[in-house]
Design a protein around this ligand. Structure first.
Ligand code: UD1
Length: 416
């Protein structure tokens, strides 16, 4: 299937933002920490979640779906995540933490997922080693023995989101206090901690650079609703800003996308917001941004970089984007150029000179967020665009074509 887009329409209407992929995935991994029933409410129907459920089932736990609610329960029976399964989902690396906490042994194939640069896992591995886990790597598999795991005081080299999540879950049953320093402060980390604490964990400091985990003997059943997806919210806002129109977002945590609404949209569009609602009005004539750099939360998220770039393709003037987190995260650029965009990339920096108009083109999604950027550009362009490899987009966006159709866009999923 491909996405067929007829560009040039303004967007009007309301969108109730889906639950956050990057909160749901580690929370589902965390559900392994008890054999009691754990129910996660309002999970998005996206490929990454389906793949995570497949991996959980392969570990021997029970997975039940009731509409968008997912219940996980039962004992882990298998401690190995195969190459076939882990290649579906890079985040499978944070399954190491919960499997080790429960079974003291784990074996996982080197993870897959978005191909956006090297994406090393040294911080995960070093942190686990500091907790006393013995790790050997052979034939693409990471073998871990946590028989002698003990609390530690660990300084992360970088505030890696996945490593922070992994180490929190690994240390949850250790006898004493584990301290993690220079951790990620992303809202999804805060949400994971709230989830784990709702199961009886004793974790403090979430949202700051230091997290302390006081070991507990066991965790229990919970029902939990994760936070809304700030990246999907930002994507739809950027689509509205670019195309023009008036969009209302509900189920959004406004403070979690300040880096977008303050630095970008507010300057060129009108934004009205309350705590969990945002209205954006735009005439579709954006101005360039002098310079914007991606960084750790609360800075501008790398996961919105491609969508922001799509917005700037037709903005008046020259914009400079610096991608600080991942190498090769400019894979959308050659596709944008097919549409008539003027972009020069040198290392981490992309210079975007706004053009008067974009033309519909045949494009290929190369990764998840880059694919979302192509959709925004297609909505703005004159004529018809066709986007292939849309499984990348389906990894993170639930029914993207339906969401946009409801806002008045001409977009459909059709056979190639
Ligand atoms: C998570 C998000 C992803 C987002 C990213 C950055 C999930 C499922 N995915 O990915 O959507 O783009 O945060 O906000 O939540 N690094 C190392 N060594 C490591 C781990 C990371 O050098 O062991 C580096 C990475 O190369 C990158 C930076 O740290 O430059 C941030 O990566 P990290 O925060 O770990 O991203 P993920 O958890 O993979």
């Amino acid at each position: 299937m491909v996405l067929k887009i007829e560009g040039g329409n303004k967007l009007y209407g309301t969108y109730n933002v889906q639950t956050a992929k990057n909160a749901v995935l580690p929370i589902l991994a965390g559900s392994l920490l008890t054999s009691d029933k754990v129910t996660i409410l309002d999970c998005p129907n996206i490929l990454d979640v389906q793949n995570m459920l497949e991996i959980l089932s392969s570990l021997g736990v029970n997975v039940e779906k009731n509409g968008s609610n997912i219940t996980v329960f039962g004992e882990i029976k298998n401690i190995e995540v195969s190459n076939e399964l882990s290649s579906l989902l890079r985040s499978s690396i944070f399954l190491l933490g919960p499997i080790l906490a429960v079974k003291q042994k784990a074996c996982i194939a080197y993870p897959g997922g978005c191909d956006i640069g090297l994406r090393p896992i040294d911080i995960h591995i070093n942190g686990l080693r500091e907790l006393g886990v013995k790790i050997t790597e052979e034939f693409g598999y990471i073998n871990c023995d946590a028989t002698n795991m003990k609390p530690a005081d660990i300084l992360l080299d970088l505030p890696s989101v996945g490593a922070t999540e992994n180490l929190i879950m690994a240390s949850i049953f250790l006898n004493g206090k584990t301290v993690l320093r220079n951790v990620a402060k992303e809202p999804e980390i805060v949400d994971l901690v709230h989830f784990l604490n709702s199961m009886g964990a004793k974790i403090a400091g979430e949202g700051t650079a230091v997290i302390e985990i006081e070991g507990v003997k066991n965790l229990h059943s919970t029902i939990y609703k994760p936070i809304p997806d700030r990246i999907v919210a930002g994507t739809i806002l950027l689509a509205g800003a670019t195309c023009g129109g008036e969009i209302e977002l509900t189920n959004v945590q406004n403070d979690q996308i300040f880096s977008l609404t303050t630095k970008f949209a507010k300057n060129y569009c009108k934004i009205y917001s309350s705590y969990d609602n945002i209205i954006l009005k735009s005439n579709g004539n954006l101005k360039a941004i002098n310079q914007i750099e991606t960084s750790y939360y609360p800075g501008f998220p790398t996961d919105l970089q491609a969508q922001l770039m799509a917005s700037l393709l037709t903005a008046r003037g020259t914009s400079v984007i610096v991608e600080n987190l991942f190498e090769t995260r400019y894979k959308q650029v050659p596709e944008f150029i097919k549409m008539g965009a003027d972009i020069k990339v040198s290392g981490k920096t992309a210079i975007v000179r706004g053009v008067d108009r974009l033309y519909g083109a045949e494009m290929t999604a190369k990764d998840l967020r880059g694919g979302a950027g192509l959709v925004i550009a297609g909505l703005k362009a004159e004529g018809v665009s066709i986007i292939s490899n849309i499984y990348h987009i389906d990894r993170g966006y639930e029914n993207i074509e339906k969401v946009l159709q409801n806002l008045g866009a001409k977009i459909e999923r059709v056979h190639e």
